[in-house]
Design a protein around this ligand. Structure first.
Ligand code: AMP
Length: 140
């Protein structure tokens, strides 16, 4: 399995298609998932080109954890969440649908089930509003 430079997250990273961006640094970008499994679902995407956990450089993986923690903490604050689900899928058999390494950060509320993976496209206005909330919490 090799890295396809035409995958949709590579295009987002190159600025060829838009996203609801909430955070960016030298190593990673964070944007809203367009088919959220719960309101506020964000994706932490390293800039380094790796398909998934199998080919990622260990330094890429190591740099991801503190950022995932930062986004998870911000998600709790932004969405008054009771918890956060962190997901990461590898290869089609593992549930992966976009073949650029990324980690899902999903705010959760008590008694609110997770919606299906890659399910329903969210209204762009809702995504924009949730991006604003998360962005503010990240920079608070
Ligand atoms: P995975 O199955 O882990 O590869 O998840 C890919 C995720 O990317 C899914 O949750 C999709 O809803 C999401 N997704 C697909 N296309 C886009 C896009 N253009 N912008 C933001 N999220 C996307």
């Amino acid at each position: 399995m090799s890295y396809d430079t035409d995958n949709i997250f590579a295009k987002i990273l190159r600025g060829e298609i838009p996203c609801h961006k909430v955070y960016e640094d030298d190593d990673a970008i964070v944007f809203m998932d367009v088919m959220p499994q719960a309101p506020g679902h964000a994706l932490v995407v390293p800039k380094a080109a790796s398909r998934n956990i199998f080919d990622a450089d260990p330094t890429t993986l190591a740099a991801l954890a503190p950022l995932v923690q930062k986004i998870a903490r911000a998600a709790v604050a932004a969405f008054e969440a009771d918890g956060v689900t962190i997901l990461q899928f590898n290869e089609p058999a593992g549930g992966q649908t976009v073949f650029h390494l990324h980690i899902h950060v999903i705010p959760r509320h008590d008694d609110s089930p997770l919606r299906s993976h890659s399910g329903k496209m969210e209204d762009p206005e809702v995504l924009a509003a949730n991006a604003d909330k998360l962005r503010q919490a990240i920079h608070a």
